[in-house]
Design a protein around this ligand. Structure first.
Ligand SMILES: [Zn+2]
Length: 348
């Protein structure tokens, strides 16, 4: 049934039609880490990421149908200051991984594609890993018997699993804790406790390898200043990567102002763009982002952006990661947001 539907969509030229209808809208794509899989790294994260080869392939597919534009240009278009290009597309990278500089950027340059990197400044300052990566590493290094994890009254038995099942267990644990604790400090404390116990059993932690790690190390100030000089837009992703709807507004304002100020000092350019950690936003938080002097803010809400839309809640799609051009183009076409498709999907 699925295959038949896919075939029908293909012959109906759905992506061509949608691209034509949406030609004045702006498409924004979101990525995180980009790193090649190499056997000699000692470990590979369970959290999925793009390889440079796949990034190259998908950018090549997009380049035939879209025009890569910078986030600055996209904002000018949406604010009505500039005529919309035909099918303008913006590439964004969250979390400031070092591999964005070392592995993604050469591929972007090959395609003459501008990009925006969103940096959580506290991590650049300390060189610490994100909790998500620390937990990933600890889970994989821990002996089997340490992988029976109690968290917030639930038990996660992650012992004796193959890699695929462990990845699924890690995903369940992550989302289980994250979704049941709206308070950010409490969520971090719980992940810290779980990771610490796993690290104790493993006798090692991500801190032992992060300086040379290609997957989870964050970029340095020197690297970020250098790519900014080459045209990459450096935006803020707060100081501590905290979920802004889970903390009080005074702290939100502090995170917005401090990260902006640090980026401007270290990079030497005005920090204009913001990215909500975990995509969490509400009208009050968006108003604080606006008041802090940012000209745009990207979310993780899926969809296309049109002229006149609220610049503080820009929609994005995850960068497609398959090999099939039609499926990749369909995923960013706005198809899933069509009212008729939405109503069909909601009934499934
Ligand atoms: Zn993030």
């Amino acid at each position: 049934m699925r295959r038949l539907l896919g075939f029908l969509l293909r012959i109906a030229c759905v992506t061509h039609i949608l691209r034509f209808l949406n030609r004045r809208k702006i498409t924004i794509l979101m990525m995180h880490g980009v790193a090649a899989d190499r056997e000699d790294d000692g470990w590979q994260p369970l959290w999925p990421r793009l390889t440079p080869e796949r990034l190259d392939l998908v950018l090549g597919q997009l380049a035939q149908r879209y025009r890569f534009i910078s986030l600055d240009e996209a904002v000018d278009v949406m604010a009505g200051r500039k005529a919309p290009p035909r099918n303008g597309l913006v590439l964004t990278f969250d979390d400031g991984y070092r591999n964005n500089v070392t592995e993604a950027l050469p591929v972007l340059q090959k395609h003459a594609a501008p990009a925006a990197f969103f940096i959580a400044t506290g991590f650049v300052e300390t060189g610490e890993s994100y909790w998500i990566d620390r937990l990933d590493y600890a889970l994989q290094q821990a002996p089997e018997d340490a992988r029976l994890i109690e968290a917030l009254g639930r038990t996660y038995d992650l012992r004796n699993l193959d890699r695929e099942a462990l990845a699924e267990g890690y995903r369940r644990l992550r989302l289980g804790v994250k979704n049941s604790v709206p308070d950010d400090a409490k969520m971090l404390a719980e992940f810290d406790r779980i990771s610490s116990e796993l690290e104790k059993a493993a006798g090692t932690s991500i801190r032992d390898v992060i300086d040379v790690d290609r997957y989870v190390a964050v970029a340095t100030w020197e690297q970020l200043a250098s790519v900014a000089a080459d045209g990459v837009k450096i935006g803020s992703h707060t100081v501590n990567h905290c979920r802004l709807t889970g903390i009080d507004h005074g702290e939100v304002a502090k995170q917005l102002a401090e990260s902006k100020q640090t980026l401007e000092q270290k990079i030497g350019k005005t920090c204009r763009h913001f990215c909500y950690p975990n995509g969490d936003h509400d009208p009050a938080v968006a108003a604080l982002v606006d008041a802090a002097g940012y000209v745009s803010a990207v979310t993780t809400d899926n969809g296309l952006n049109r002229v006149g839309d609220n610049l503080m809640t820009l929609r994005r799609y995850p960068m497609p990661s398959g090999t099939d051009a039609f499926s990749n183009l369909l995923a960013v076409s706005g198809f899933a947001e069509l009212p008729i498709i939405r109503s069909v999907l909601s009934r499934l």
